[in-house]
Design a protein around this ligand. Structure first.
Ligand code: PHE
Length: 324
């Protein structure tokens, strides 16, 4: 009896070509009302000496049929391309299209604002020499920024002067070394500081440096340029404020804040390029003058998009990134 069920089940299975008839087969041979189930259900009515063999043969067949069923189902789904497995009338599914990272977009927006004012874009390297990151920028040897607690120094054989740049300002020097004025460049790029992270500090972040050098560049050029930048990024009626600040590579130095709902928020440092820096690259500081500025695009994006924690930018969380 069990052998008959087996033969019939296997030969029925061979004739199956669709998911629907496979399901019919499963109900017939393995379902609640199948012969196998009813044999097992009624096993107690058999004579004592038959129960064991009938029980184990039935179970073995059941397992075999379950195995054949799964195998067949898998093959069917692989090979069956008839209309019942693909509905060609369904609308297509769109692939996921990536977007620009908010920092990339803000950098592009800022550099293109400066591009319209005649600045070109250059990039530098993220590893720098102490000489460019500090010395040529008039940052003295005992300046606290050089401390190992602020700067990430690189471990290189026989070199003690390799570091990850702490700002994009070394590119001021590198650009001047290779160019005869007039110069107008912006330099976007990544910087690193040995710093504890919190909502407003990251140990890696971006800066955009700016440099303009020529004959007769004045402080009013600096103000006019940065004012125009603020209006382009934050809207045409934006108020700005300049205050005195100190950076060793500029003189005079300032910081610029923008009016943000009644508060002054500082967004960049700037100043007239220090004569020592000009002389350091071999320029005649009585002939050329210039201004420089540096800003953090993360900070600007945080203001623009109302983001309260700088760490979101680098956490790669799609719930955050897909909002832009
Ligand atoms: N490099 C300065 C900083 O990281 C910013 C700056 C750039 C200031 C250029 C003045 C001129 O804080």
């Amino acid at each position: 009896m069990i052998q008959d069920i087996k033969k019939k089940a296997i030969s029925d299975l061979q004739g199956i070509t669709s998911v629907e008839s496979l399901e019919q087969w499963r109900i017939e041979y393995l379902g609640r009302n199948s012969q196998l189930t009813s044999i097992l259900r009624n096993i107690r009515s058999l004579p004592e000496n038959e129960r064991k063999t009938v029980g184990s043969e039935t179970n073995t067949l059941k397992e075999l049929l379950q195995f054949e069923y799964k195998k067949f189902k898998l093959n069917l789904s692989k090979t069956n391309t008839s209309t019942n497995s693909i509905d060609v009338t369904l609308p297509g599914r769109k692939g996921n299209v990536g977007g620009l990272h908010p920092i990339t977009s803000i950098i592009r927006e800022i550099t293109s604002a400066f591009g319209d004012m005649g600045f070109s874009v250059v990039e530098g390297t993220e590893t720098e020499l102490e000489h460019y990151n500090f010395d040529l920028l008039n940052i003295p040897a005992n300046h606290p920024a050089r401390d190992q607690w602020d700067t990430i120094w690189l471990d290189r054989p026989n070199r003690k002067d390799n570091l990850l740049r702490t700002h994009t300002s070394p590119m001021q020097v590198r650009v001047m070394e290779n160019t005869t004025p007039p110069i107008r460049v912006v330099v976007p790029g990544k910087c690193y500081r040995y710093e504890a992270t919190d909502a407003t500090h990251e140990w890696h972040f971006h800066q955009i440096e700016g440099l303009a050098v020529a004959e007769n560049v004045t402080f009013s050029d600096l103000k006019g340029t940065l004012y125009e930048f603020a209006r382009r990024i934050f809207g045409p009626s934006r108020k700005v404020r300049f205050r005195c600040d100190f950076f060793p590579f500029v003189e005079p130095g300032v910081d610029m804040s923008i009016d943000w709902n009644g508060d002054w928020i500082e967004i960049l440092g700037a100043g007239m390029v220090h004569p020592k820096v000009l002389e350091g690259v071999g320029y005649d500081s009585s002939r050329y003058t210039g201004f420089a500025f540096g800003m953090g695009p993360e900070r600007i994006a945080m203001l623009r998009y109302n983001i309260e924690d700088i760490r979101y930018f680098f956490s790669n969380d799609l719930r955050f990134l897909s909002q832009f």
